[in-house]
Design a binder for this molecule. Structure first.
Ligand code: GAR
Length: 192
């Protein structure tokens, strides 16, 4: 079985990366996690990738004078590893229009809200403040407009009266760890 060569972009803990690495151990999983790129040297997700035997590259964004020069390094790294699908998992950098256009149709993201609600940051606190009955996570195609590309998959959970942004964040993480590996599977199947 051909497996789609996939890179995961991270900036931090990498719990979603871990869920995808675990799912990708299944012999029939259609994506091979071939590369992990972080813009943060201390990201724990780099250790997770190394423990799984996956090649890691760190590209500290502070070393680049412009957003696009950073993005061009990421692009060069992806291409030099023969990457076909790029999965953003807690990658906390906005990518330039140039990069997004270069990878359009091959670039997906997970966002911690029920898009189109709560694009951007502080999604858990915003959902609580608005008095929403439910909150969730969305996997979507990446387009130049932030958190606005076509939705691939969503999962939701009720907001309890005593939820805080922190407890809600934990609930959303738990949802994401099932949602994202399934969504990557679906996308990679279409690319096989
Ligand atoms: C996830 O909850 C993801 O949805 C969010 O960052 C977290 C990363 O967790 N992404 C965004 O906020 C993107 N704007 P992880 O590093 O443990 O996977």
């Amino acid at each position: 079985m051909r497996r789609v060569k996939t890179a995961v972009l991270i900036s931090g803990n990498g719990s979603n990366l871990q869920a995808i690495l675990d799912a990708a151990k299944a012999p029939d999983y259609p994506a091979e996690i071939a590369l992990v790129i972080s813009n943060v040297e201390t990201a724990y997700g780099l250790t997770r990738a190394q423990n799984a035997g996956v090649t890691t590259v760190t590209i500290p964004h502070g070393n680049y004078a412009s957003r696009e020069s950073f993005d061009r390094m990421v692009d060069a790294s992806l291409k030099s590893h023969g990457i076909e699908l790029v999965v953003m998992a807690g990658f906390m950098r906005i990518l330039s229009d140039w990069f997004v256009n270069e990878w359009q149709g091959k670039l997906i993201n997970i966002h911690p809200s029920l898009l189109p609600k709560y694009k951007g940051l502080h999604t858990h606190a915003r959902a609580i403040e608005a008095g929403d009955a439910e909150h969730g996570a969305t996997v979507h195609w990446v387009t130049p407009e932030l958190d606005s590309g076509e939705i691939i998959a969503q999962a939701s959970t009720p907001i309890a009266a005593d939820d805080t942004p922190e407890t809600l964040k934990q609930k959303i993480h738990a949802l994401e760890h099932t949602l994202y590996p399934e969504a990557v599977k679906k996308v990679a199947r279409h690319m096989q």
